[in-house]
Design a protein around this ligand. Structure first.
Ligand code: SF4
Ligand code: SF4
Length: 266
């Protein structure tokens, strides 16, 4: 749930909160933005507006099972190269690995220089698009040694890969938390539908019925990129009695009729 404050919690008041100086003491480098030392996760992007940062701290801490836990951090080995996850890049993830023993981030097609990362985000760290992580500049050889995703850039030496098409985690958005998606959904909620009487959107064959499917729900891609998808709606009576008891039903305590699809597809 997205809220400006969640139970008064904030990562800032948590013992796991590591500001830059503490990052240098423990992991031998810093990214010019706080991280969670327990989860090794960057918490905000330095270029986010202050209100978005505060909402991110509150939102992350509000749902964190480690909030407030006492921890102590000792100095990590020089060769420890923490992967500081900030997002993902589908193109890089599917790239073909090259000879790992020759890996060097500077020669790799997944590598984004720290100067370019800093210009866009404020973090002082390089970024590996394949791993979706920030990397401490003084430890690049250690990341390259073990990443398993090195892909030598073909073409001019020292390519300059950009952050174009790299998808940062939603907490790093300038407007993070401004819109309460759950509240918005509930406001526009018009009662949903009951899967037990939903009319099918495509033919239900004998083979489907055999598998317990009583109807199909058509999901259209709002961007129109691909074909429609059909989700099966099962007949609860096709499951063994003991399983039927745990199937969520309209009106019961789990209120499946109020499930929110934040992408608005359903
Ligand atoms: S609240 Fe959770 S995510 Fe935030 S600093 Fe503490 S342990 Fe890390
Ligand atoms: S960590 Fe590996 S995949 Fe990422 S930039 Fe370095 S060599 Fe490439």
């Amino acid at each position: 749930m997205t809220k400006a404050t969640v139970g008064g919690r904030s990562c800032v008041s948590c013992p796991s909160f590591l500001a830059d100086n503490k990052q240098r003491d423990t992991m031998g480098g810093d990214i010019s933005g706080p991280i969670c030392g327990s989860k090794m996760l960057p918490l905000i992007m330095p270029t986010q507006p202050k209100d978005a940062k505060d909402r991110a701290f509150a939102s992350i801490a509000g749902s964190c099972d480690s909030y407030g836990k006492q921890v102590s951090f000792s100095t990590m080995s020089v060769e420890y190269a923490p992967a500081l996850s900030v997002g993902g890049d589908a193109e890089s993830i599917s790239a073909i690995p090259d000879l790992q023993q020759n890996a060097r981030c500077g020669d790799c097609t997944h590598y984004v220089r720290s100067a370019d990362v800093h210009e866009k985000t404020g973090w002082t760290a390089s970024l590996c698009r394949a791993q979706g992580s920030l990397m401490l500049d003084n430890k690049l050889p250690y990341y390259a040694r073990t990443c398993g995703q090195f892909k030598r850039h073909v073409g001019p030496k020292n390519p300059r890969m950009s952050l174009e098409k790299f998808v940062f985690l939603p907490t790093f958005s300038p407007t993070f938390g401004k819109i309460d998606l759950v509240a918005q959904y509930l406001k526009s909620f018009k009662g949903g539908f009951n899967p037990t009487d939903y009319q099918t959107d495509r033919e239900v064959t004998a083979r489907h019925t055999e598998r317990g499917i009583r109807a199909w729900r058509r999901i259209a891609d709002p961007e129109g990129y691909g074909a429609d998808t059909y989700l099966p709606i099962y007949d609860p009576s096709s499951f063994p009695k003991e399983l039927q008891l745990i199937v969520p039903k309209t009106g019961d305590d789990s209120h499946p009729e109020m499930y929110a699809d934040h992408n608005g597809y359903l």
